[in-house]
Write a protein that binds this ligand. Sequence first.
Ligand code: GLN
Length: 412
Amino acid sequence: MRSPIPDYLTETLGDIASDTSGAPADYIPELATADPERLGAAFAMVDGAVYGAGDVNIEFTIQSISKPFAYALALADRGFDPVLAKVGVEPSGEAFNEISLEGGSGRPLNPMINAGAITTHSLAGPVGLDAAERLQRVVDGLSAFAGRRLTVDESVCASEMEHAHRNLAIAHMLRSYGVLTEDPATVVEGYTRQCSLLVTTLDLAVMAATLANHGVNPLSGERVVPEPVVRQVLSVMSTCGMYDAAGDWATQVGIPAKSGVAGGLIGALPGQLGIATFSPRLDAHGNSVRGVGLFGRFSSDMGLHVMEVPAAGRAVVRSNHVAGAGPDAVRVIELQGGIRFAGAERVVREVTDTAPTENRVALDLTMVYSIDDVGRRMLLEIVRRLTLDGHQVALIDPEGILPVPEVSPESR
Ligand code: GLN
């Protein structure tokens, strides 16, 4: 059988291609020369399957899509507190290059606007690196997210540096507040080189999938950043990734995302996939027109909105019956699916409502494929309490999903 997914992607690209509104960015002259008809889309699943259609192997500069990844590196390298002390996490509701800093502290509002991203660049790598070493850390880190060596487009970089007055102004403001502690021009140059890294749509889908896959690159298997960092980055992407269009995006598309002025757009759906699109014509917010359209389609066609309500916890209890009779009777509660808090609460209620009169109780986890930490603790607590109530409890757990509970007399 031929997979329907590439066909779906090709068809969706065909539908969106007629939209020729917007224009490529021209404040960086080199970007204005981009072929506006380029169009590509790719999916990278968290288990490493990759699908693409259209211009998915054409290189373009990553631009602002580098921001969440550089933020991830700064958090991983320096820890949360030093980074949060310098860059906030509040949506600004303003354009990406707005010269706005938090009143009083001078702290940039978030790492997705240029002020925050320039500061974030200065926080990548351990304390004490020089500018070249820090840039190398950023290039190495972003390459690990992509799973291949990324290089700088020198002509786009030079073109942006010639017209970097606004970013230089922002950096000088940051320096005057002591948010930046080094030469503003040097930091802007490093940040601009970061933005000038060349990527393809396929690279971007894999980078997004690394975020969707809790920080492990699904192709290389490399852990690029720790899990708490990924949660922070995805949260900030979902509130600030689309700048002053973040509210429309969050309600209509609902996928943590980041756009770049070269026309790239990524979305990361935790536990499912990374998505990337490429089309250089931008809307008034600086987001790719067709990219926004494609994400809207993907989200509604495939139910990808993060606020989509998942299946109810009720389904976790597959059956509740008595096997055997007399003193050998066993109360068997069969569970199934993935168990998180609401599912575990349902199991608690099943056991308390049933109030088993049988001496022997079995919790059958054969059909359970995943359980998170709170689910595990709650099931163990059920076992502990039933045991203390005088039941003989058996866990049928062939896959070893739960550790064997220890009921010590002291825990009574
Ligand atoms: N390098 C660009 C800038 O700083 C990135 C902006 C963007 O992609 N939104 O202006």
